[in-house]
Design a protein around this ligand. Structure first.
Ligand SMILES: O=C1O[C@H](COP(=O)(O)O)[C@@H](O)[C@H](O)[C@H]1O
Length: 241
């Protein structure tokens, strides 16, 4: 694994750098493999990044979009990660509908939906059960409790190491999430983290010793590249430490 940490002066610089990195991975992937696969994060931080991607001239037919996690709500629900990405990016470009790989959320049972998405991923990547295919880029955020994707502190999802997709739990509500070994199979994982409220969690995630299950972002140790792109507000304690 190669780990790189970059601190950007503000949110605009953070988004500009994230965009630059994604575009460089996209160019390489298309040159080498003829397509670019990316998993998106939700929350609020990546919205301006998605808007910036929508403003690029890109070979949309060669770009395949997945989600690293999703809330268990219909795709037109205000909490839907897909809805945010569609409004900010996907509905604004000429990407084929078949290149948008939504997480199913209408089965009435998150475990059924998780299994369906896993099957879809295995078919797309022509992976056998038990094999962990590699996305070109997995974009991640981090919550102020150090969760990433929908891998929340001290939850059962953190123990799942034999599947690509599982059910995550945020308090009483269930979500669908990539498992940490699937994230770790990626060619490149990019965390984009902004805001002073992330400082305490970040300090624990970067500490030499802290419990991984309490700070789930620590479990992200990909075989490929790991990038932490932070704004100055989020990184302040790291610089002091
Ligand atoms: O709940 C979620 O939150 C995290 C972090 O979001 P942020 O707005 O604090 O950046 C996000 O990465 C995840 O995809 C989302 O479902």
């Amino acid at each position: 694994m190669s780990k790189k940490v970059e601190v950007l002066s503000d949110q605009a610089a953070l988004i500009a750098r994230s965009l630059e990195l994604i575009l460089s991975k996209l160019e390489t992937a298309i040159q080498e493999r003829g397509r670019f696969t990316i998993a998106l994060s939700g929350g609020s931080t990546p919205k301006p990044l998605y808007e910036a991607i929508a403003n690029q001239k890109l070979p949309w037919d060669k770009i395949h979009v997945f989600w690293g996690d999703e809330r268990y709500v219909p795709s037109d629900h205000p909490d839907s990660n897909e809805l945010m990405a569609r409004r900010a990016w996907l509905d604004r470009v000429d990407i084929p509908a078949t290149n948008i790989h939504s997480i199913p959320t209408l089965d009435g049972d998150p475990a059924v939906s998780a299994a369906k998405y896993e099957k879809h991923l295995q078919e797309f990547f022509q992976a056998t059960p038990g094999e962990f295919p590699s996305l070109d880029v997995i974009l991640l955020g981090m919550g102020d409790d150090a969760h990433t994707a929908s891998l929340f502190p001290d939850t059962e999802a953190l123990k799942v190491s034999d599947r690509l997709i599982t059910v995550g739990n945020k308090d009483a509500s269930q979500r669908i999430t990539f498992t940490y070994p699937f994230i770790n199979a990626a060619r490149c994982v990019i965390f984009v983290v902004a805001g002073a409220n992330k400082r305490p969690a970040l300090a624990q995630v970067f500490a030499p010793n802290a419990p991984d299950f309490t700070y789930p972002s620590r479990l992200i140790q990909p075989q490929g590249e790991l990038w932490w792109l932070l704004d100055a507000a989020a990184a302040q304690e790291l610089k002091q430490g």
